[in-house]
Write a protein that binds this ligand. Sequence first.
Ligand SMILES: *Cc1c(COP(=O)(O)O)cnc(C)c1O
Length: 377
Amino acid sequence: MNIRLFKPCVGKEELNAIKEIFNISWLGLGEKVYEFEKKWSEFIGCKDSIGVTSDTAALHLALAVFKFPKGKKVLVPAMTFASTATAVHYNDLEPVFVDCNEGTLGIDLEDLERKIDKDCVAVIPVHFGGHPVPMDQLMDIAQKYNLKVVEDCAHTQGGEYKGKKLGTWGDIGCFSFEEKKGMTTGDGGMICSNNKELIAPLRAMRWVGIDKDTWKRKSGYTQNKSDTKHWYYEISMLGYKYNMNNLAASIGLEQLKKLNWINEAKRKAIGIYLNGIKDIDDIKPLLPYDINTNSSYWIFGVRTKNRDDLILHLKKHGIATSVHYTPLPLHPFWKNHKEPIPVSLKVYERIVTLPLFPEISRDQIEYVIKILKQFCK
Ligand SMILES: *Cc1c(COP(=O)(O)O)cnc(C)c1O
């Protein structure tokens, strides 16, 4: 048996949606993007959303909106994907790496407060693996030290904390629709906020700085006014080519309809895993999985003393694995960062990610459990 680590849940609904875009022959930025943004805002419960090409782009623009002076610092978890920190560099700012909480692997709030200094202007919490950062406590700290909060929600689409959707707690929430993430548009991302004015400039910034987009120019053109200067636009800021397109948005609209089911299917799969591993010595769940609420988990993983051997054993039996993540300061690019992150360094040695996707079967999970048991004997 060969079991993949991730598998997007796409089918005929998405194919039909793409077909419709082919039929109207408008593949770029257009009405499907606006429709997806609107539906996403309704789903998350925020005032406005802006579709972009990736979460990396979303994080880049979200920080840019605050116009922080060059060289200021942004607190980011050490245990995250590179983009959380590279977005800081794109804005000529400097990341400060914060250790993880040993239980949740999310940003540790005590270490966060320890590492704040007068140059810190923002913090980017990541809901690691989909497990929520205690956002009420984080927001209190942010308020106390006057930090802006950008939530990196790449690991959760629809997850909640205390009944409020993740991505709506901070000033701005950023989502990923990359193909391995909870729901996908191939590649894609979303910027969300309850402060419409705050993120308003990002509509131009995602479109090379153009203050009205091609679709609106086309609608102006078709209004049949001979004096409509449909070709006219202004650039009043430095922008990027980060817009979501109709093809991606049409897939996203279908994925959004399936999202509650996707999250539920993954909670069920996690339940089977948890039950299967509970009696295995030296195999502990990666996270304190809470599968009885509206959670939206991205990965299932375990912690073990013999991580590297376990990975080889699973590989031999056709089971894909990964490690999320190598703490960022271990990468050569960040070698000058000496912030202490003892918990991340310790946990890193023991973690392994196992196959999890909405359509994973009970048989597949039970096979993984069997191989885990075999290894531990
Ligand atoms: C995947 C991921 C990103 C980047 O998402 P893209 O849409 O691929 O740019 C950013 N942050 C975290 C925590 C991620 O896991």
